[in-house]
Design a binder for this molecule. Structure first.
Ligand SMILES: Cc1cc2nc3c(=O)[nH]c(=O)nc-3n(C[C@H](O)[C@H](O)[C@H](O)COP(=O)(O)O)c2cc1C
Length: 390
């Protein structure tokens, strides 16, 4: 079973990511992993932190001579900002006068709930772990999951559907357009329509000007996924449920939609369900003229592209802060402000690609499981034959 964890604080020495259950013999492309980490750092509206960090996946274990060896993989991502925080956040007791308190909790952040839960007098340790810096570690792991999925012909990418009130019109963006976006070396808002991307930029500019923040919507697309991943047989093995949990686990994601799930709730069945034909060339030959189901029916992939949308609330750290209360005096004050992003929709999309890739890799390993890549591929190719013969 594919299992993964992360550790590390936002301003600590490093992030560490751990992945267990990857078969032996998978070729690891270091440049690809680092490019994925770079993609997570892009997008218009990011804060100063992204100028300090240049993430690189430093693999500590589980990969030798360029290939996985079946043992747990550990990845270290250095925090370059650590040099500025060593005295404020030492592992040893250190000098308490150098400590940087977060004196008043930010509405919308984890500050208050976390301080109450862990019995901290203020919120420094809360934000250190709740921060989405952690998502960089997931992107390191997600890169490995993507390399695995590629061996099965599956690709996972994302694009931005909305930033604030600037939004793409209804209708699917093609896989080719999404793939083209991912090759860009200058990422603005990762939107497939240049005109709408400029409207999205205006939304960010307005937020920047007024000391505010904006949220939005990203869509992750998994391309060329065979039918049969996930199952309706048990509630927690449904692919839609697993994907919803995985994407919702990302910081600031407050809604997840599979296919056109939200508008489907307001439509008639005849306008929603994807009629079935038998004229396709992929997998079993069954095909659909549209994909409102987002590639999943009954918790099982159906052979169409998997489409998962994440709805992001606006960032909660505001340059013009909302009202809060001082942790020490309980007096009304403005919420704390610390250097912050204003818009993170493209970056959240990249992090969500990782969560989708890790989920699909887990399901694929459950279905085609094996300890080495040749064993997995033998099982996978046997299944493809079965689909063709169906
Ligand atoms: C890529 C990414 C970057 C983020 N950067 C910030 C940030 O700079 N400032 C901030 O207040 N929140 C940021 N967030 C959101 C917070 O981490 C998140 O709102 C907070 O941890 C509370 O969790 P919740 O929103 O899921 O309830 C970011 C989220 C993502 C996905």
């Amino acid at each position: 079973m594919l299992r993964y964890y992360t550790a590390g604080e936002s301003h600590g020495e490093a992030l560490v990511a751990f992945l267990s259950g990857m078969p032996a013999g998978l070729e690891v492309d270091q440049a690809f992993l680092d490019r994925e980490l770079w993609r997570r750092q892009q997008g218009y509206g990011r804060g100063g932190r992204m100028k300090i960090e240049q993430d690189r996946a430093h693999i500590l274990s589980g990969v030798r001579q360029g290939r996985t060896i079946g043992s747990p993989i550990a990845i270290l991502l250095e925090n370059r900002d650590w040099k500025n925080w060593q005295e404020a956040l030492p592992v040893a007791t250190g000098d308490p006068t150098k400590h940087k308190r977060v004196a008043s909790p930010r509405p919308g952040h984890a500050d208050l709930a976390g301080a109450l839960k862990y019995n901290f007098p203020e919120a420094r340790y809360v934000l250190e772990r709740a921060s989405a810096r952690e998502s960089a570690a997931r992107v390191g792991l997600g890169g490995l999951a993507k390399l695995f999925l590629r061996q099965l012909g599956i690709e996972v990418l994302s694009h931005v559907v909305a930033v604030g009130s600037a939004s793409m019109p209804e209708g699917a963006v093609s896989w080719d357009d999404i793939a083209r976006l991912s090759g860009r070396d200058d990422v603005l808002l990762n939107c497939a329509n240049g005109e709408i991307e400029q409207q999205m930029k205006q939304q960010v500019d307005e937020a920047l000007k007024t000391g505010d923040s904006v949220g939005g919507v990203f869509e992750v697309v998994a391309h060329h996924v065979p039918p049969g991943l996930g199952t309706y047989a048990q509630w927690d093995e449904r692919l839609d449920a697993m994907l919803a949990g995985a994407v919702m686990s990302l910081q600031a994601v407050k809604g997840v939609e599979i296919g056109s799930g939200v508008s489907a709730a307001h439509s008639r069945g005849s306008a929603v369900h994807d009629e079935i034909a038998y004229e396709g060339k992929e997998f079993s030959g069954f095909s659909r003229a549209r994909n409102n189901a987002g590639g999943i029916e009954g918790g099982v992939s159906n052979g169409e592209d998997i489409r998962v949308r994440g709805y992001l609330k606006p960032i909660s750290t505001l340059r013009r802060p909302l009202g809060s209360v001082d942790f020490a005096t309980r007096a009304p004050v403005k919420a704390a402000y610390e250097r912050s992003d204003v818009c993170v929709v493209p970056a959240a999309g990249v992090a969500a690609e990782s969560m989708v890739a890790l989920t699909l890799a887990r399901c694929a390993l459950e279905k085609f499981g094996g300890d080495s890549m040749p064993e997995v591929l033998r099982n996978f190719n046997g299944y493809l034959e079965q689909l063709k013969m169906y």
